[in-house]
Write a protein that binds this ligand. Structure first.
Ligand code: CIR
Length: 255
């Protein structure tokens, strides 16, 4: 069973968003369009019945609207991360009191680092990507906390892409949507797999909200493949957010 979400935390992108970290070569993002895409994302979450908690931009942290990286929220606990990028450390401090209204919060402590974008939640099983942002120490701390609440966990090495969820996402029905280079990884053996076309890798960042799949606009073959799951599919234009290395999951914390 996948958790049903009733809430989402999002944060407005700040005017200085362009100072955020990016490796993309898609050109500069347009702020007005980025804001419009962010607003459309919020409206979509609301239309799916979620109560959306909108936080103000954090001028000191141009990447702070990628709130997913600051916590891992389960039905029982909110684990506040220690983000792996130095320029993002401190974002999590502002998320703790917001989540504390809904869950007991527990912190990942240095030298452990974790970005929420590296953590796949598939029911009560968690797959933690070891990446440039999430280290072994952080994964072990997180795994230990998850275990305390009756969950299981494993790790997988992230050799390509920024975060694990840049390439692999749980889309319900015991199925993972993933890029070809993750298709043969052992931790994914017990799942059905939908493998993305090489040219549609970005659509790997598809977000399951309750029974609906939110997927980035313009990835036709992925949409066709997702139709085999017999769930409603909704597309959102993510062009500007993609330019900042972000995707659909990154923009919210769901619980
Ligand atoms: C970063 O590099 O940290 C941001 N520019 C993008 C973060 C995307 N977050 C995510 O995939 N969970």
């Amino acid at each position: 069973m996948t958790a049903k979400f009733s809430h989402a935390i999002v944060r407005k992108p700040g005017e200085n968003f362009a100072h955020g970290i990016t490796t993309s070569n898609l050109g500069p993002a347009n702020y007005d369009l980025l804001l419009k895409q962010h607003e459309a994302y919020i409206e979509r979450l609301k239309s799916l019945g979620l109560e959306v908690i909108l936080l103000e931009a954090l001028p000191k942290y141009p990447d702070a609207y990628f709130v997913e990286d600051t916590a891992v929220v389960t039905p029982d606990v909110a684990v506040i991360t220690n983000p792996g990028a130095t320029s993002r450390q401190g974002e999590e401090i502002t998320i703790d009191p917001v989540l504390a209204k809904y869950r007991k919060t527990v912190r990942i402590k240095p030298p452990g680092t974790v970005d929420g974008g590296d953590v796949i939640e598939a029911g009560t099983h968690f797959i933690i990507g070891l990446s440039e942002r999430t280290n072994k120490e952080g994964a072990e701390q997180l795994g230990g906390i998850l275990e305390k609440y009756g969950n299981t966990w494993t790790t997988v090495s992230v050799e390509a892409g920024l975060h694990l969820k840049s390439s692999v996402n749980y889309v319900g029905k015991n199925t993972l949507l993933l890029t070809e280079n993750f298709a043969d990884c052992d931790p994914f053996n017990s799942y059905a797999k939908i493998v993305l076309d090489q040219v549609e890798q970005y659509a790997g960042n598809t977000l399951l909200i309750n029974d609906c799949l939110l997927t980035p606009k313009g990835f036709t073959n992925t949409k066709i493949k997702l139709q085999t799951l017999h769930r409603p599919i909704m597309e959102l234009d993510m062009s500007e957010i993609q330019k900042m290395d972000g995707g659909l999951t990154c923009l919210s914390l769901r619980f």
